[in-house]
Structures are given as structure tokens and as C-alpha cells.
Design a binder for this molecule. Structure first.
Ligand SMILES: *Cc1c(COP(=O)(O)O)cnc(C)c1O
Length: 386
């Protein structure tokens, strides 16, 4: 039996003594946030264009080590555009993992395509390269346009792995398989800013990667996203299609196609710039917290989920692995009742009504994780008023 008194006491009084209740992930604003917002207002540029947007894009591309970054209103919209640009179209299919936030699958649906679910690895919580390859080998035939699903007859237009809770999946192996099968790769790195696979930043392995700056992510812009790529053509198209498709001209308004207003407001970019300045510090604090949790849970005989081999994780959202579903439910009940916010990993995407008819491979690892994984408070422990 888990010593819940010890657990709740440790989280409330030792790790997060400043907070009440203990949230899963609250933002920290301890840098130039207020100043940059004031600068923005003083400049009159608070909306869809402005210097902070350009600055934020440059900070991100430098940090990730990639050629192009395009600021977008949120991570979901960035995913939508990323998929559209690599050729996800009506009546095609996109391979993704059942363990993800719903935004990944919603974005596939915005392109009128449908997800196909391939299993994850137990240690990374992300798409399994072995299962991906065997799915492609067994279920698709190669055509000039790329792999076609032998069962549905539909073209598979992209593969979208996700780096769960900031832990990188085996993205290099996945990228190799995608190349071999002529499959565009979009990386959902919404949760993994600051996470590396074999020294290379997540989001930079595929044709396009996306990052999110929602309020609960490792840094926040209030809301926001970024599309990153080494492909200049895709970057130019991404900017164009997310900024109403306007042909640049000093005063004339002419638009050549149906496009989107997916621009990140300058105000949000200002917040993002201030947060980026603190990212390295945040990451250090996150690692210290993860190490503390690791030691603590060892004493409780509960498995704390560590960064996978060859990876450097941002430890965005910490998680533990309980023995079974009963123990998981007891854990959730005891912590939440005592003001310590915890939550189970997302319901598997293939179990949601809108995706329940989608094709799946063998999902035994995902099912296993769904019964056992719980997220625990992961904020950076600092005084709230600063
Ligand atoms: C947060 C998140 C998104 C969406 O980002 P928003 O900025 O909230 O739209 C997409 N995918 C995953 C895995 C996420 O965690």
C-alpha cells in the first residue's frame, strides 16, 4: 500500500510550500515580461505585426538550431498548417500515436484526413519505430505518391509522432523509416522545447516541427505556437498562408488563395521573448525537481518516469507509473482530495468518439500505459508573488 500521507505531505510542504492548491503546471513570470508588454503597448504594435514577433521567431530558431521559424497563433493551428504544407489532404490518412493530446488528431481532421493509430514504446511514451515499420510493411503498398493503405485504399500522407511530456521518442529511427517509405514527417514537439535526442533538438528531425506556448507549457506566450523547418520553401509558404495569403504591397490588398489569420499577436510574442530569456534557468529547475521526485518515489517504491536513453528531456510534465489501474485510481483520489492536483494520462485517442472508427495497429503498450501513468505537479517551485 502506498504511503499517501507521506506523498501528499512531501508535495505540499516540501516541494511546493508556496502554492495552494498545488497545480499541475503554473507559469512563472520572473523576467522582463511586464517591461516587454509595456514596450509593446507604447509602440502601438499590439496586434498581428511587430518587432517582438520577429524577435521571438529568431530566438526560437537559434535555440532549436534550425533555419526557419514562423510564429503562429497556437500550437494546434501550427500543426494544421504543417500538415497542409506537407500534403495532408482530403481523404488521406496520417499515422500518429494514440497517446497524445487531442490537438494532434484534431489538426489531422482539419485537413479532412483521418488518423491511423500505431503503438508507442513503453519507455519513451512516444511512437514506436518498430511498430511503425511493421505497420508500413504489412499494411501498405508503395506507389509514386507514397505509401497507400492496402485495407482502406487511401494514401498515407504523413507521419506525426509526439514527444510525450517532453520525453523524446526515437525520432531518428522514425525519420529514417519515413524516408525509406517516402512519408512526410511532422513532429509534434508542442511539449518538448528544451528536449534533445542524441544532442539534436526535438522538432528539427522532420520536414516540419511545431512547438506550443500555451499557458501550461514549459514557456508561455499566453497562447501561441511556432512552426519550425529547415526547408525555406515551406517556411515562406507557412508565413504566407498564416497571414491571410496577402501579396506584399505597400498599400494594395490582394489575396491569391483562401488562407488563414493564424498570426501570433505582438503582445503574445513579447511575453514569449521574455520567457525565452529564462528558458535555460527553467530547464535547470525542472531537472532539479525531477531528480528530487526520482529519489522520493524510489523510497515509496513507485516508478518515476525518467528521460529515455540517449535523450535529454525538458521534464515538462512529470509522471509516475503505478502498478495497475486500481492503484492508479487510489493515487488520483488521495492526491486530488488533499489539494495536490494529479491526473491520469490522456484517454487514448482511438477511444474518443470522433476517432473510434479509425484504423489501429496493435496498441498493447498504449493500453498498458493508459492504466498506469499519472501526471504529478511539475511547476517550477518559486514564490508566487514576484
Ligand atoms: C499543447 C499541445 C498542442 C496544442 O498546442 P496549443 O498551443 O494548445 O494549441 C498540440 N499537441 C500537443 C501534444 C500538446 O501538448
Amino acid at each position: 500500500m502506498i504511503n499517501f500521507d507521506k506523498l501528499n505531505h512531501y508535495i505540499k510542504n516540501e516541494l511546493f510550500a508556496y502554492d495552494s492548491p498545488i497545480l499541475l503546471h503554473r507559469p512563472v513570470f520572473s523576467g522582463n515580461e511586464k517591461q516587454y508588454l509595456i514596450d509593446c503597448i507604447d509602440s502601438n504594435f499590439v496586434s498581428s505585426v511587430g518587432q517582438k514577433v520577429v524577435d521571438f521567431e529568431n530566438q526560437i530558431l537559434e535555440y532549436i538550431g534550425i533555419d526557419h521559424a514562423v510564429a503562429i497563433v497556437n500550437g494546434t493551428s501550427a500543426l494544421h498548417i504543417a500538415m497542409q504544407l506537407v500534403g495532408v489532404t482530403h481523404n488521406t490518412e496520417v499515422i500518429t500515436q494514440p497517446v497524445t493530446f487531442v490537438a494532434t488528431c484534431n489538426a489531422i481532421s482539419y485537413c479532412n484526413a483521418s488518423p491511423v493509430f500505431v503503438d508507442v514504446d513503453k519507455d519513451t511514451l512516444g511512437l514506436s519505430p518498430e511498430k511503425l515499420e511493421s505497420f508500413l510493411k504489412d499494411n501498405t503498398k508503395q506507389t509514386r505518391e507514397g505509401p497507400v493503405n492496402k485495407i482502406s485504399g487511401k494514401r498515407i500522407s504523413a507521419c506525426v509522432p509526439m514527444h510525450t511530456f517532453g520525453h523524446p521518442c526515437r525520432i531518428e529511427e522514425i525519420a529514417d523509416i519515413c524516408k525509406k517509405y517516402n512519408l512526410p514527417l511532422v513532429e509534434d514537439a508542442a511539449e518538448s522545447l528544451g528536449s534533445y535526442y542524441k544532442g539534436k533538438h526535438t522538432g528539427s528531425f522532420g520536414d516540419i516541427g511545431i512547438v506550443s506556448f500555451n499557458g501550461n507549457k514549459i514557456i508561455t506566450a499566453g497562447g501561441g505556437g511556432m512552426l519550425v523547418t529547415n526547408n525555406q520553401d515551406l517556411a515562406v509558404k507557412a508565413k504566407h498562408i498564416t497571414t491571410t495569403g496577402k501579396i506584399p504591397h505597400p498599400y494594395e490588398y490582394y489575396h491569391e488563395e483562401v488562407a488563414y489569420n493564424y498570426r501570433l499577436p505582438n503582445l503574445n510574442a513579447a511575453l514569449g521573448c521574455a520567457q525565452m530569456e529564462q528558458l535555460t534557468g527553467f530547464l535547470k529547475e525542472k531537472r532539479i525537481l525531477a531528480d528530487k521526485y526520482n529519489d522520493f518515489f524510489q523510497d515509496l517504491d513507485i516508478q518515476f518516469i525518467r528521460e529515455p536513453e540517449s535523450c535529454h528531456s525538458n521534464y515538462w510534465l512529470n509522471a509516475v507509473l503505478l502498478a495497475n489501474r486500481e492503484e492508479r485510481d487510489l493515487f488520483l483520489e488521495s492526491t486530488n482530495k488533499n489539494g495536490v492536483m494529479t491526473r491520469p494520462i490522456w484517454a487514448l485517442m482511438n477511444k474518443l468518439p470522433m476517432f473510434s472508427k479509425c484504423q489501429t495497429g496493435d496498441l498493447s503498450n498504449a493500453e498498458w500505459l493508459e492504466d498506469r501513468v499519472v501526471n504529478i505537479p511539475s511547476s517550477i517551485p518559486t514564490p508566487k508573488t514576484k
